[in-house]
Design a protein around this ligand. Structure first.
Ligand code: GSH
Length: 216
């Protein structure tokens, strides 16, 4: 039996890749990973050999192939349903929030790209990104107030919604975004996960540097 293979982009920059990687680590899945360095001469052809969209991450498991972060998380959760809340109302909430993260927050993505090696605390944050940050703080605060009694994560125990927001936790740290207490505690809980620390340690020793993500 071959193990599932998760193809990912550079750990320093690839926020989309972090999401399913973290979910699979947290779920205790035994998988192989392979980094395909993004945005160099060979990478597009190499990614297209596996992922029809030309994007990473991409999960390959026997005949199964999934080339989108949220779709990978959904696929993983099919055999591990505890990665979504068991209560139907909470589950709908977690799905809506995960989808909002997947399709929204364009200003945050553009203005505050993930760059784990950087320390950009004090950088001026543009108003459109501030709006995204305010919405995330509101969403996290609501989750912590509704589900905080059930555990430390957005819906109690770690799940897909947490994996979807993991890159935001790195971004808030890198850019020194001030947060109210409940949101700061949640960010710190996420950053302290051994898998998050492993991802960051791997990112720091990667040899590639991509100027387009090096905002100053
Ligand atoms: N919606 C996709 C987005 C994936 C994505 O944009 N991946 C970037 C890396 S973070 C990529 O593969 N870029 C390579 C390219 O555009 O050539 C997902 O959720 O997986």
């Amino acid at each position: 039996m071959t193990r599932p293979l998760l193809l990912i982009g550079n750990k320093n920059y690839s926020s989309w890749s972090l999401r399913p990687w973290l979910l699979m680590k947290q779920a205790g899945i035994d998988f192989d990973e392979r980094v395909i360095p993004l945005y160099n001469d060979a990478s597009r052809q190499e990614i297209l050999r596996h992922s029809p969209s030309g994007k990473l991450p991409c999960l390959i498991d026997g005949d199964l192939k999934v080339w989108d972060s949220l779709a990978i998380c959904e696929t993983v959760a099919e055999s591990l349903p505890q990665l979504w809340p068991s209560d139907a109302v909470a589950r709908a909430h977690a799905r809506a929030l995960s989808a909002e993260m997947h399709s929204g927050f364009t200003a945050l993505r553009t203005r505050l790209p993930m760059n784990i090696r950087a320390d950009l605390a004090g950088k001026c944050i543009e108003i459109d990104a501030e709006r995204d940050i305010a919405r995330i703080v509101e969403a996290w605060t609501e989750c912590r107030s509704r589900y905080g009694a059930q555990g430390l994560f957005l819906f109690g125990t770690f799940g897909v919604a947490d994996a979807m927001f993991a890159p935001v936790c790195f971004r808030f740290h890198i850019y020194g975004v001030p947060l109210p207490d409940a949101a700061a505690r949640y960010r710190d809980t996420m950053l302290a996960l051994p898998a998050m620390q492993q991802w960051a340690a791997d990112a720091r020793v990667e040899p590639w540097s991509l100027p387009q993500f090096e905002v100053g």
